[in-house]
Write a new protein. Structure first.
Length: 292
């Protein structure tokens, strides 16, 4: 079975100062003493959680994305975190998944934090990004997405509403219409992903919800969950306690750290994950659904 070595960087952020943040994270990454494959930075790692995208946004060929590309290639790591991106007149809180060869994927935060007026400054995404590394599937989400379990839920691969209807009729011993009317009713029970990553700027005042929901997402989806949060006080006077966590598929906490900056590296074991899924095959009993 394969392994995946992941490094989380819990750090304070320089408010709306890209140069200082990129320099700080570069020093931390170049200071790593052990080999790693994926390095995870917090949400809006280059600026802090700012509602001034007009001033801070960049294009996908901008300096912060270029920095990710350069450092990923130099260190031969996958580098991920979210930053403020402008595209076709819209601003996005965009998580970038940068590969050492310069290729990348991205995910635009779906659930915008209305309480802080994020929805007034940024456009929501509409598609999930599930990356593939060494046979591992990794679902990449951002902060407030954590509160919405349907968006992260492992689900059988149902390609259409017709497939969903057919599979439910079959499950309840009802006559299934001919394939030309409903499509195939075959359902792939293979989990969509093995690791769920949340990058965040989650305030200390709501850290109980952060810690509880990270464990809940791991238990209900039978996957590893990695939550990487910032520490320190932001430009709005809001304190962040970090509480970055790595949780296994049973909901047990492998790692957590409160209040202080820390760079932490661990190796995830695919064999342990498969053992949990084999001994406790709960996912096969999950509700079948599609996200419209």
């Amino acid at each position: 079975m394969s392994t995946l070595t992941v490094t989380t960087i819990q750090s304070n952020l320089h408010w709306e100062d890209k140069t200082a943040n990129l320099q700080m994270f570069e020093e931390k990454i170049k200071g790593l003493q052990q080999r790693t494959e994926v390095v995870v930075l917090p949400e809006m790692f280059s600026t802090g959680f700012s509602m001034q995208p007009e001033k801070l946004a960049e294009k996908m060929d901008g300096p912060a994305v270029g920095w990710m590309k350069k450092l990923s290639a130099e260190r031969k790591i996958i580098l991920t975190g979210s930053l403020i991106i402008e595209e076709e007149g819209h601003f996005y809180n965009r998580l970038v998944w940068m590969l050492p060869n310069g290729q990348y994927g991205y995910y635009d935060k779906r659930h915008l934090f209305g309480y802080a007026h994020e929805d007034q400054h940024y456009a929501p995404g509409s598609k999930r990004l599930i990356a593939s590394v060494k046979g591992w599937k990794i679902n990449l989400l951002v902060c407030y997405d954590l509160r919405f379990p349907v968006w992260s839920r492992q689900k059988p691969a149902v390609s259409s509403l017709a497939d969903l209807v057919a599979s439910e009729m079959e499950a309840h011993d009802l006559p299934v219409p001919p394939p030309q009317e409903t499509g195939s009713s075959a359902i792939d029970q293979t989990p969509e992903y093995d690791v769920l990553i949340y990058v965040a700027n989650w305030p200390e005042r709501r850290n109980h919800a952060w810690k509880t929901l990270l464990q809940a997402r791991a238990i209900e989806n039978q996957c590893y969950v990695i939550g990487v949060n910032r520490v320190g006080t932001d430009g709005n006077g809001i304190y962040h306690s970090g509480d970055s966590m790595i949780v296994d598929a049973l909901g047990s906490v492998i790692y957590t750290k409160a209040n202080d900056e820390e760079v932490f590296t661990t190796t995830l074991q695919k064999e342990s994950l498969e053992e949990v899924r084999s001994k406790l095959p709960f996912l096969k009993d999950a509700d079948r659904f599609i996200i419209a």
